[in-house]
Design a protein around this ligand. Structure first.
Ligand SMILES: C[S@@+](CC[C@H](N)C(=O)[O-])C[C@H]1O[C@@H](n2cnc3c(N)ncnc32)[C@H](O)[C@@H]1O
Length: 346
């Protein structure tokens, strides 16, 4: 425990003064925004949780007190948790998406399990499809995963039309994504468009346009749960990363059912609740209050290893990775498992 206090104090004060000041000023601005939403009936409880979090985050000892006495209670009552990014502040959503993308680049391994699986699935689909491959990324955020996938596909000379539909209700995504893919767009390797409706007709039109291109990204600014009217298997693959913990228990169930309805294959990546993860994030992202808020509060909302075991028992394919932080990949495949070589001998 002493080591954690030492590291937090060291990180908050030993870093250049300017950065410490910037961090403190950012927390002050966040607190002012939260205060302005305090009387709003829809956000009251979430605002209180966040005001307490950011007040404590100003000083290492206050934050340590919060970790020791508040975090365990919030874990027990996790359905109540709301992160700063879940509140209607596009400015802070933008900061979160930018810094999260940076974090995902810096820690390249944290998206690796799902990136590998998606690319493997795209290679498989390429061999059997005649129309463009259509994948949907729910809660796509800043699309760092998609950036990594596209660069890997370019390197491996993947030459089949691919349409990625990013669904996210945050108004901040368009800015972040346009900046992120500016290089590929300016070199004619990718086209990005936004849509305001997605039905069967619109999807068919998108496929026709995608057939004439190599890679296309379509952004749909909406709640993923709004896609429920699309017919079964409208997409070839549905996936989401670090989205699940933002949903209520009832929404999580609905989104699972929807994802399974919308594609033959569904993949989900998120973090696993772990005390080591909370300590490591507290130390290493101390300087980034918005990401720390998202990181720690989402850890408190995440599946534990025991809960993931229960998911396996319900028939989900679940793998846990620890590279370097614990995360899991949960997969649902409608296709029957391939017969094994010695099946006939049994
Ligand atoms: C923590 S960010 C993760 C972004 C990205 N998937 C990643 O891993 O970097 C969660 C994203 O999910 C979005 N989101 C949360 N609930 C959503 C919902 N019901 N429908 C669509 N997007 C949602 C948020 O706006 C946010 O961009």
């Amino acid at each position: 425990m002493l080591a954690i206090v030492g590291c937090l104090i060291g990180l908050s004060y030993a870093v250049p003064y300017k950065r410490t000041f910037k961090r403190y000023r950012q927390i002050k601005e966040i607190l002012a925004d939260l205060e302005s939403l305090r009387s709003h009936p829809d956000y009251k409880e979430g605002v209180e949780i966040n005001i307490e979090f950011f007040r404590m985050l100003r000083f290492p000892l206050g934050y340590l007190w919060w970790l020791l006495f508040r975090a365990p209670r919030l874990r027990r009552e996790r359905a109540r948790i709301v992160e700063l990014a879940d509140l209607p502040f596009p400015r802070w959503q933008n900061v979160l998406l930018e810094t999260l993308s940076w974090f995902e680049i810096w820690m390249g391994r944290i998206l690796r399990p799902i990136r590998h699986e998606i690319i493997r699935e795209l290679e498989r689909l390429k061999k059997i499809k005649t129309e463009p491959i259509v994948v949907a990324s729910f809660g796509c955020g800043g699309m760092e995963l998609e950036r990594q996938i596209l660069y890997q596909l370019l390197r491996s000379r993947f030459d089949f039309p691919l349409l990625i539909i990013g669904v996210d209700y945050s108004p901040a995504i368009l800015d972040v994504i346009t900046r992120k893919f500016a290089n590929l767009v300016s070199r004619g390797m990718l086209e990005i468009e936004t849509i305001s409706r997605l039905g069967t007709e619109e999807l068919n039109e998108l496929k026709v346009r995608a057939a004439a291109r190599r890679f296309s990204i379509v952004l749909f600014n909406t709640d993923a749960l709004e896609l429920q009217d699309l017919p079964e298997d409208s997409f070839d693959l549905v996936y989401h990363t670090r989205l699940r913990h933002h949903l209520t228990v009832e929404e999580r169930d609905r989104l699972d059912k929807l994802a399974i309805h919308l594609a033959p294959k569904f993949m989900e990546l998120d973090d696993v609740f772990s005390i080591t993860g909370i300590i490591l994030e507290s130390i290493f992202i101390w300087r980034f209050p918005v990401v720390l808020n998202g990181g720690i509060l989402s850890y408190l909302r995440d599946f534990s290893k025991k809960e993931l075991k229960a998911q396996k028992e319900k028939g989900w394919q679940v793998d846990i990775y620890s590279k370097p932080l614990l995360c899991y990949l949960r997969v649902h495949d409608k296709a029957p498992p391939a017969p094994t070589g010695n099946a006939g001998n049994q």
